[in-house]
Design a protein around this ligand. Structure first.
Ligand code: NDP
Length: 335
């Protein structure tokens, strides 16, 4: 099977030297294992953090081994009574074409579902669960409030914005191009969406003030950078920040603003800031699905996919995700 390995730990943006395409012989599945063909691979910003050596909430990728992440896999050969060839499952697998996986780690996808299988990597998967968790369990969003969602045309942001609209909030998106902003308003439930690219903090902050005349009660934070600095002065006293991600700094932590630009407004406005990691909230996956699956099936929630074709396209697609070239969920269709 072909797979993509971590060839070197990057400093800054990953480049061609970060990745290596390699071939590997797979053993037949042992008892309790299945041989799968990977159909869809999920690319996610957190994978950039796993390229560092240091310990974090997920294990770092190992040098000269395949990168791994969320996949939709089709069972080809099964040595487990729970799975038969043809079954589709959500799994954790390599950036590769085939894999031998423990059956216990697979979640079989419902047969005959109206949503396509790869939706379980996006709107009904980890990014969707992240949006739901941040909005409900962290920010406790309520009707009538105003929320700013950054990366509003992204996998997490686009659902956070739509769920907020469903709840009756005023939703201000921030995204990285006129096209993304137009989509955030037309499809993703934003009342307004502001383009952050090439803008000074002051200008973006002024635009947020115009879009949120009563101030901002909740900030769904995905990016850090200029956007964070622009939102902070617009927060209402006792506002809440669901701190989900800070992608602007993943490749360049030194680009962060001085701590005083962040901490002082948080004190002055008595904000409640709570970081969260979606995997701590798995016990609520049933609540998430029972709320979001009917909305998706009824066509009330939209999602967008950017699909890279073939395993070889994964590294470039991953860099594109970090740089903002993807729209909605970045996937790789393996076959
Ligand atoms: P997205 O689909 O939102 O893709 C990433 C987007 O980030 C890009 O498209 C780009 O959008 C934006 N971006 C990149 N650089 C910058 C920058 N310098 N300033 C502002 N925006 C930038 O990814 P996901 O939806 O998968 O993830 C969104 C965030 O949520 C990430 O920070 C991720 O790490 C975090 N996350 C956290 C989880 C948790 O458990 N806490 C779980 C899952 C995700 P644009 O063109 O609009 O700028």
């Amino acid at each position: 099977s072909r797979e993509i390995q971590l060839a070197a730990r990057p400093t800054g943006l990953p480049g061609p030297e970060t990745f290596r395409l390699a071939e590997r012989e797979l053993p037949p599945p042992s008892q309790g294992e299945v041989l799968v063909q990977i159909r869809w691979l999920s690319l996610d910003p957190y994978m950039r953090g796993r390229m560092h050596e240091g310990k974090s909430y997920v294990e770092p990728f190992r040098l000269n081994e395949a990168l791994d992440g969320g996949v939709i896999a089709e069972v080809i050969e099964s040595a487990d009574p729970g799975f038969a060839p043809g079954d589709l499952a959500l799994a954790h697998g390599p950036w590769g074409e085939y894999a031998v996986l423990k059956a216990a780690g697979l979640q079989k996808l419902p047969r005959g579902s109206r949503v396509p299988p790869q939706a379980f990597l996006s709107v009904l998967g980890m990014p969707g669960m992240t949006a739901w968790t941040g909005l409900n369990r962290i920010a406790a969003a309520k009707a009538g409030e105003t929320i700013v969602v950054s990366s509003a045309a992204g996998a997490v942001g686009s659902l956070a914005a739509q769920l907020a609209r469903e709840k009756g909030l005023r939703v201000i998106g921030v995204a990285g191009s006129p096209e993304k902003c137009a989509q955030a308003v037309a499809d993703f439930g934003c009342d307004a969406c502001l383009d952050h690219r090439g803008k000074e903090v002051k200008q973006l902050s002024k635009e947020i003030a115009e879009a949120a005349p009563h101030g901002v009660d909740i900030y769904f934070e995905n990016v850090g950078g200029t956007t964070l600095q622009a939102v902070l002065p617009r927060m209402n006293n006792f506002g809440r920040i669901a701190l989900c991600g800070a992608i602007a700094w993943y490749n360049d932590p030194s680009a962060a603003p001085p701590a005083s630009h962040v901490w002082l407004p948080i004190i002055q406005k008595r904000l409640r800031v709570e970081g969260f990691i979606v995997s701590d909230h798995v016990a609520f996956r049933g609540d998430f699905l029972s709320e979001v699956v009917p909305l998706v099936e009824a066509g009330k929630i939209l999602w967008h996919e950017t699909v890279a074709e073939g395993l070889d396209a994964a590294p470039e697609a991953f860099v594109g995700l970090l740089e903002g070239r993807s729209r909605g969920k970045q996937l790789v269709r393996i076959r």
